[in-house]
Design a protein around this ligand. Structure first.
Ligand code: SAM
Length: 274
């Protein structure tokens, strides 16, 4: 089933043949290394069983790895229409397993993709990565069946997602992610792996929604508001930002800074105070 995909010409050659050049405005930093794309694809849990949604297939390096790893159904959403000549060749070789939607992933309604549950796997465009992630976290909180997310981010963003209270990178992204899912960095990726080569390093984060955490969650929107308020002035003591709060109720004195407050405490406070 994967023979035709394996026999496609190398991605770099297909790009040359189609005259495709990476475009900065779409955050295009492509992966050509088959070992790396293979590792990312094979790390998607249950890849052979549940549909995979990929944002930004571009010239299809990662898409091909996902298909080679045995995915039965891949839905890829790409904003750059000029990738079409390459993607249509991959669609032809996919034996009906690949569907491509040319649209902005920020505008696509993932609930309307026609799949009851799915995994997301993507080398995300750096300029919309966090916005997409926050949108997906909200979707998960409201019952969307996203079973896993295996996502490439700039390393600093990956640290912001996976950090814990007290860590240098701890903030809004870690609080929101941690209240819904379990997350960890699974692959560190050097900038040399990309064409063109970005200035910064990257990392693949795996985020697995946790049903117990989701069941305990009240209102992610309120938690997001509270994190914006308290991390917006992260050097200030929380009592200076929000006077008139009974901090003892949350096991706090009010002299703490947002970076020391646990995600669960943010959740309790947001429920009571907003
Ligand atoms: N998956 C390819 C790879 O790993 O080589 C390309 C990854 S590149 C970092 C990001 C891809 O996302 C590009 O193909 C870009 O055109 C696409 N993209 C950028 N913004 C997008 C958006 N809002 N919606 C969908 N695709 C987008």
């Amino acid at each position: 089933m994967t023979d035709k995909i394996a026999s496609l010409p190398p991605v770099s050659l297909m790009m040359r043949e189609c005259g495709l050049e990476p475009k900065k405005q779409f955050g295009q930093n492509f992966l050509f290394d088959l070992n790396l794309t293979g590792r990312i694809a094979r790390s998607v849990p249950d890849i052979e069983k549940i549909p995979v949604v990929e944002v930004g297939p571009g010239p299809a390096g990662l898409t091909r790895a996902i298909l080679l790893a045995g995915a039965k159904q891949v839905i890829a959403i790409e904003k750059d229409k000029t990738t079409e000549p390459i993607l249509s060749q991959v669609i032809d070789a996919s034996d009906g397993r690949l569907r491509v939607i040319f649209d902005d992933a920020l505008r696509v309604d993932f609930s309307a993709l026609g799949v009851a549950e799915y995994a997301i796997c993507a080398n995300l465009p750096y300029n919309v990565g966090t916005e997409l992630l926050i949108g997906w976290l909200h979707k998960i909180a409201s019952g969307e069946k996203i079973k896993s997310m295996t996502l490439m981010f700039q390393r600093e963003v990956a640290l912001r997602i996976t950090s814990r209270p007290g860590d240098e990178h701890y903030g809004r992204l870690a609080v929101l992610t941690s209240l819904i899912a379990d997350s960890k960095i699974i692959i560190d990726v050097p900038n040399t792996a990309f064409v063109p080569r970005p200035k910064v390093q990257s990392a693949v984060v795996q985020i697995i929604p946790n049903m117990e955490k989701i069941a305990a969650l009240h209102d992610l929107g309120k938690i997001e508001q509270l994190t914006a308020k308290l991390f917006g002035q992260r050097r200030k003591m929380i009592r200076a930002i929000m006077p008139n709060v009974n901090w003892e109720k949350y096991g706090l004195t009010g002299t703490e800074r947002a970076e020391k407050i646990a995600p669960e405490t943010f959740a309790l406070m947001a429920h009571d105070l907003l």
